[in-house]
Design a protein around this ligand. Structure first.
Ligand code: ZN
Length: 621
């Protein structure tokens, strides 16, 4: 299992340019080579068509295409593709309205995890808009009729919440101060949950456009006069095979008194056959041009995952039977010695916690990212002659706040932290702190070997689990971590770690929510970095003008989560040259631009997007 040499994973972490070429090559054919498309010049305004009665929008053909709402945690059945292809843009509109209602129905029994991370902005003369404070929301969203949510965070962490009002607003509420409504950020999973039809909206075909590998038809959507409050105003992108909406961009009108709807850009991914499920929503408000009074400005990323999670009702958990019984393959025929028993007990606690966190949608299943993490841990172990009775495992926490912790021999590191680390040495530094806890025997969580302690609802996970060490153990782990690093292949690169810690310190006072941990010890408290402080003086001074000095990265650049099965993988992006200090954006949120691809296309290159033969596109005459 363990190889007795160390290796850099730099090829994966630092330079991913080679891998980034692959998806680009798969798009060998441009729009012109992909079969007939509607021409932009044809009269395709569909707003003139008489509105259909609401019921006829869901004609028998529509209901026949619906999958049986599955109660189990499996993908909905694929849609039969036997439906005739639309021949006019009017028919395309009918089709995507019907597909939208089909999606709502298919997802109506789902309760995915929804996370929103928001940074308020203020203007910096050199760096442009920079975070001035931040907010974090995490919960489960009920995709049923009301699109409601349950929060994982305690009441004081999430700001004011209203029941009905929250649902209606889908924005933020301005009374005495601005209060962000977490539901608002996930509002645009659908354009209009209740009334997405021709009697409430007009649809105007704009043009065709590729989003990634997927050819789309673009429509502007405007609410009809007098169609009511909080209606979608914006644009939708519709893929041209099954006519599902794959992207929505816009806002809601008219604004209620004393509140706003904010603007959103909402992306869907084709993760199951026939359906595109909401995955990313970017929101942004604010204007930093001269003369504008800066009242409010923010950027926010909302991510949705865990579609395939069980609902997590208490009954469900109590009746769940574990079928994957593992045969005890220990060589010995004797009873466990006291030390062996202690280790088995810790293993049991570790397994319980990892399984429970995975089931709550907070931990990615074991996967590709773990191979990279384990390689780094292995490098530290081998060069320090560490030989533990059980191998160290790693797992990815799916959330954004910068966080590591360990339970038993498993090191957990958050997606957000992997994202912002500039290089492998910095990754090694944060992992070395947890490895030090394990080497020093700072075992936490053995109480979780009692299975009754795993019986809680998913949204109370943070109240029931915790892995914070006492300050003395933190100090000891930091000291040991520096020893481990000094003996490791990363010893020559600790300047980079120092730079990262300096960048973190620069932003820490403004990023309290990003630095608030929910399971482990924080990297910084009250605006001061307290992790690995011995390394914080290493390296050169932080200098924004040095464009080759990248001390920390924006969020979202490294780890990609599959919203259906929660698998984590490294993002493949080509390196982009930094041309000014404003390009660095350490710890910041940015818009989403996922490369869209059809289901199965990324794993089987032969299954390319629509070919001319297989694809009849509407309105070409
Ligand atoms: Zn620690």
């Amino acid at each position: 299992m363990r190889t007795w040499k160390w290796m850099f994973t730099a090829a994966l972490l630092v330079s991913v340019s080679a891998a980034a070429q692959q998806p680009a090559e798969s798009q060998t054919s441009g729009p012109a080579a992909n079969g007939p498309m509607p021409t932009d010049s044809q009269p395709l305004s569909v707003g003139t068509v008489p509105p259909l009665p609401a019921d006829s929008a869901q004609a028998p053909a529509a209901s026949a295409s619906q999958p049986a709402a599955s109660q189990t945690a499996t993908a909905p059945a694929p849609t039969p593709s036997a439906m005739p292809q639309p021949t006019t843009m009017d028919q395309v509109v009918d089709r995507f309205i019907e597909r939208e209602h089909g999606l709502m129905k298919a997802l109506s029994n789902r309760t995915p995890v929804v996370e929103t991370y928001l940074q308020n902005l203020s203007a910096d003369p050199q760096l442009g808009p920079v975070p001035s404070e931040d907010h974090y929301f995490l919960g489960r969203m009920d995709m049923g009729v009301s699109v409601d949510r349950k929060d994982y965070l305690k009441e004081q962490d999430k700001g004011g919440m209203g029941g009905m009002e929250t649902r209606l607003l889908g924005g933020f509420h301005k009374l005495y101060k601005v209060q962000y409504q977490p539901t608002g950020f996930s509002w645009m999973v659908y354009a209009d949950r209740a009334d997405f039809d021709r009697s409430h909206y007009e649809f105007h075909y704009i043009r065709r456009e590729f989003l990634g590998d997927v050819r789309c038809l673009v429509f502007d959507v405007t609410p009809k006069k007098g169609s009511g409050r909080g209606r979608f105003l914006g644009r939708v992108w519709v893929e041209d095979q099954d006519y599902n909406i794959v992207r929505l961009n816009g806002t809601y009108v008219p604004s209620p008194r004393n509140s706003y709807f904010f603007h959103m850009d909402s992306w869907r991914l084709n993760l199951i056959p026939g359906y595109w499920v909401p995955a990313y929503i970017y929101s942004e408000e604010g204007d930093f041009s001269a003369g504008v009074k800066n009242k409010l400005a923010f950027k926010a990323q909302t991510r949705i995952w865990g579609y395939d999670l069980k609902k997590g009702d208490k009954d469900d958990e109590l009746t769940q039977i574990r079928v994957d019984s593992v045969k005890d393959e220990t060589a010995t025929t004797q009873d466990a010695s006291p030390l062996q028993a202690e280790r088995q007990w810790q293993q049991q606690a570790e397994d319980n916690v990892i399984e429970r966190l995975t089931r709550a949608g907070l931990l990615a299943p074991e996967g590709d990212v773990d191979h990279i993490l384990q390689t780094v841990v292995n490098n530290l172990e081998v060069t320090n002659n560490i030989d533990l009775p059980r191998p160290v495992r790693t797992r990815v926490l799916l959330t954004a706040p910068l966080e590591t912790f360990s339970v038993g021999n498993t090191i957990v590191i958050s997606r957000g932290l992997i994202d912002v680390l500039p290089d492998e040495a910095s990754l090694a530094a944060v992992l070395s702190h947890e490895l030090a806890h394990i080497v020093l025997g700072h075992n936490l969580g053995s109480k979780y070997a009692f299975n009754d302690r795993m019986l809680f609802s998913d949204d109370s996970t943070y109240a029931n689990l915790g892995f914070k060490h006492i300050p003395e153990e933190e100090t000891a782990a930091d000291k040991k971590a520096v020893d481990l690093l000094n003996n490791s292949p990363y010893a020559q690169k600790l300047d980079n770690v120092g730079l990262f810690l300096k960048a973190l310190q620069t932003r820490a006072p403004q990023l309290n929510a990003l630095l608030t941990t929910h399971l482990g010890n924080p990297l910084a408290e009250n605006g001061t970095v307290n992790r690995l402080t011995a390394l914080a003086t290493k390296g050169p001074a932080l200098d924004n003008n040095k464009l080759d000095q990248v001390a920390a990265l924006p969020l979202g650049g490294r780890v990609k989560i599959n919203p259906w099965d929660d698998k984590a993988e490294m993002v493949k992006t080509a390196p982009v040259a930094i041309t000014s200090a404003r390009d660095k954006m350490p710890f910041e949120v940015t818009p989403f631009y996922p490369r869209l691809a059809r289901y199965g296309a990324s794993t089987t290159p032969s299954a390319t997007p629509a070919t001319a033969a297989a694809n009849s596109t509407p309105g070409t005459n």
